[in-house]
Design a protein around this ligand. Structure first.
Ligand code: DAK
Length: 258
């Protein structure tokens, strides 16, 4: 299917969504967010897809929600229509592993979308920020909640209160991103990571993702109990039998994704 605001392609077992509103630095309007949701639904339904990458252009992952779309709305407009809430958190309920590959600006809603993914890798030219305070508002898609979980309270406060941008090196040092690549190698390197993940057992990768994400939503004791139950359940899969047999027989596993 063709979309107006994103490009969608399949690279082996990896689904790639490229945000594509170049004239607006990929500002996230309602139509773009709906396109992303639709593409994610399709990748989730496709058994041949084991991992998903969300990326933008070399200049911008996304420069935030579309300011021109929201500037004139009143409080009653945004409250009554539950402004742009629908669709925005679609990434967070994606069950397959999803990587944000960020080059250029990831600001406001752009930074929030990246943080909704399972992890972020970035190019050397990446810039992260929550500049909403400069517009007289605050982050609205999880920035005040996910940023402290990524980088800790001090830096999250610094970012949300000053609206400043953080470069790739700082993002790497504080744990915002897991890896930094030369800008022209970002997609090549991200696809290698996504390929690696997509080659694992799909249900087991989904379980691992669910377990890590649980760490951010519960106590340590509950999280460890959850992990234990999921760990036990992996022994009910064909892929655990295959994975361990392959190790013992000194060969590569042939996962059946069951
Ligand atoms: N919205 C609309 N258009 C944007 C845009 C944005 N966020 N960012 C850039 N553009 C447009 C510019 O207006 C310009 O268009 P023309 O004037 O040429 O028509 C074009 O993109 C190129 O931008 P610049 O000329 O400004 O390019 P520069 O390289 O000089 O500067 C920049 C790049 C990224 C530093 C600058 O464009 C900038 O500061 N952009 C705004 C960044 C920002 O403030 N982002 C936060 C927006 S607020 C929610 C969900 C999400 C949100 C809230 C609620 N719910 C679910 C409830 C999110 C809110 C936000 O993200």
């Amino acid at each position: 299917m063709a979309y107006d605001n994103i490009l969608v392609e399949t690279r082996g077992r990896v689904g790639v969504i490229t945000l594509n509103r170049p004239k607006a630095l990929n500002a996230l309007n309602a139509a773009l967010v709906a396109d992303v949701g639709h593409a994610l639904d399709a990748f989730e339904a496709n058994d041949d897809i084991g991992a998903i990458v969300v990326t933008g252009s070399e200049k911008a992952f996304a420069a935030g929600a579309d300011i021109k779309e929201m500037a004139s709305k009143s409080h009653m407009d945004v409250y009554l229509e539950d402004f742009i809430t629908r669709g925005w958190e679609r990434i967070t309920v994606c069950r397959k592993p999803i990587i944000a590959a960020v080059a250029g600006f990831a600001l406001g809603g752009g930074c929030e979308v990246a943080m909704m993914c399972d992890f972020i890798v970035c190019a050397e030219n990446a810039k992260f920020g929550q500049p909403e305070i400069n517009l007289g508002t605050i982050p609205g898609a999880g920035g005040t909640q996910r940023l402290p979980r990524f980088v800790g309270k001090s830096k999250a406060m610094d970012m949300c209160l000053t609206g400043r941008q953080m470069d790739a090196q700082e993002a790497f040092q504080c744990g915002m991103v897991s890896r930094v690549f030369p800008t022209d190698k970002l997609m090549e390197e991200t696809l290698k990571i996504a390929d690696q993940i997509a080659a694992k057992s799909r249900p087991i990768a989904m379980m691992a993702k669910e377990a890590v994400n649980r760490a951010f939503e519960t106590t340590l004791a509950e999280g460890v109990r959850f992990e234990r139950r999921v760990f036990h359940s992996t022994f009910g899969t064909q892929d655990q039998k295959e994975g361990m047999a392959a190790f013992i027989e000194k060969r590569q596993p042939q996962f059946k994704h069951r």
